[in-house]
Design a protein around this ligand. Structure first.
Ligand SMILES: Nc1nc2c(ncn2[C@@H]2O[C@H](COP(=O)(O)OP(=O)(O)OP(=O)(O)O)[C@@H](O)[C@H]2O)c(=O)[nH]1
Ligand SMILES: [Mg+2]
Length: 295
């Protein structure tokens, strides 16, 4: 019987959880960016070999709750901690008081947690040691594993240690299952990723992408994708469109090229920027966007 199980990847925003998922799977499943709160849903990625199947669960970062969106993101992340065989608690710096609550949660539920110190390609050995020491007496972690989600350093070790904790339960998903993300969701996310990369300050947090329609164009063998980009204020709409529409054009081109590369799908994108006042505090809007939903 092959070994299998679920591994939840949790941690503060921006520590590299989605980058870790992608590197472990070897495919860009989750979008990543230097802006906190990039991930807004639970994203599953499967790593299947002849000997094991690990289902990694990427989660939104647990941060401060400024609005209903942030609150829901933290809720999704917390809910993801239960019912998993193993947890990767990803950090990129020393312990801070703001992490007390999550450590308490580990204790209360007696969870099997690996402390994954990420971004070691940017660190000296001394710094890595200091980070480990700062967490050492807080919880009985299964192991401390320093990794890099960019270079892939130590990920084989992380998998090896994880497999020791997984039962011989056989396949949980079909052999060829890679992710719970549909093509449509991945397109939407890739468009959002380019917005995050090409805008600053409050814009990335104020943006949502909704794909309205997808038509197959037989003549050109491509998909015409109509997407709305929602922002909260008309000033944000102006910034996103840019002078002579240059900004939205740059975003559209980058998104088209990445959809082409990542999903191996030729698309023509039609992007519309719309103002949807305070959508981040609108329960119905968040539900429509699938935020807070469980798969
Ligand atoms: N140098 C370096 N950068 C990394 C590493 N892992 C992630 N990053 C960078 O850190 C930033 C955040 O990465 P994400 O993977 O989006 O982080 P996240 O934890 O998923 O963030 P949220 O979804 O917002 O919670 C990106 O700019 C990544 O390129 C790493 O191992 N080394
Ligand atoms: Mg993420």
């Amino acid at each position: 019987m092959i070994k299998s199980g679920f591994v939840a990847i949790i941690g503060k925003p921006n520590v590299g959880k989605s980058s870790l998922l992608n590197k472990l799977i070897g495919e860009k499943i989750a979008i990543t960016s230097p802006t906190p709160e990039t991930t807004r849903n639970r994203i599953l990625g499967a790593l299947t070999t002849n000997e094991y199947q690990i289902i990694f669960v990427d989660t939104p970062g647990m941060g401060k709750n400024f609005n209903l969106l942030s609150k829901k993101l933290t809720e999704v992340s917390k809910a993801s901690m239960d019912d998993n065989d193993v947890i990767y608690y990803v950090v990129d710096r020393k312990y801070h008081e703001s992490q007390k609550e999550v450590i308490e949660y580990f204790k209360e539920h007696q969870l099997k947690v690996f402390l994954v110190i990420n971004k070691i390609d940017l660190m000296k050995t001394k710094e890595i040691d200091e980070i480990i020491i700062s967490y050492m007496n807080l919880y009985d972690f299964q192991a401390f594993v320093p990794v890099s989600s960019i270079t892939g350093q130590n990920l084989d070790k992380l998998i090896e240690l994880t497999l020791k904790e997984l039962p011989e339960d056989g396949l949980l998903f079909p052999e060829d299952f890679v992710s719970n993300q549909t093509e449509r969701m991945r397109m939407m996310e890739l468009i959002r990723e380019k917005i995050l990369l090409h805008t600053k300050e409050e814009i990335p947090h104020s943006v949502a992408v909704v794909i309205e329609n997808i038509f197959y164009n037989e003549e050109l063998d491509q998909y015409d994708v109509y997407a709305d980009i929602l922002v909260e204020k008309s000033s944000q709409k102006q910034i996103l469109i840019g002078k002579n529409g240059e900004k939205i054009k740059t975003i559209g081109t980058a998104a088209r090229l990445d959809i082409n590369k990542t999903l191996k799908t030729k698309v023509h994108l039609v992007l519309w920027v719309k103002v949807k006042k305070d959508w981040r505090n609108d329960e119905r809007m968040l539900t429509n966007l699938g935020i807070g939903e469980d798969y």
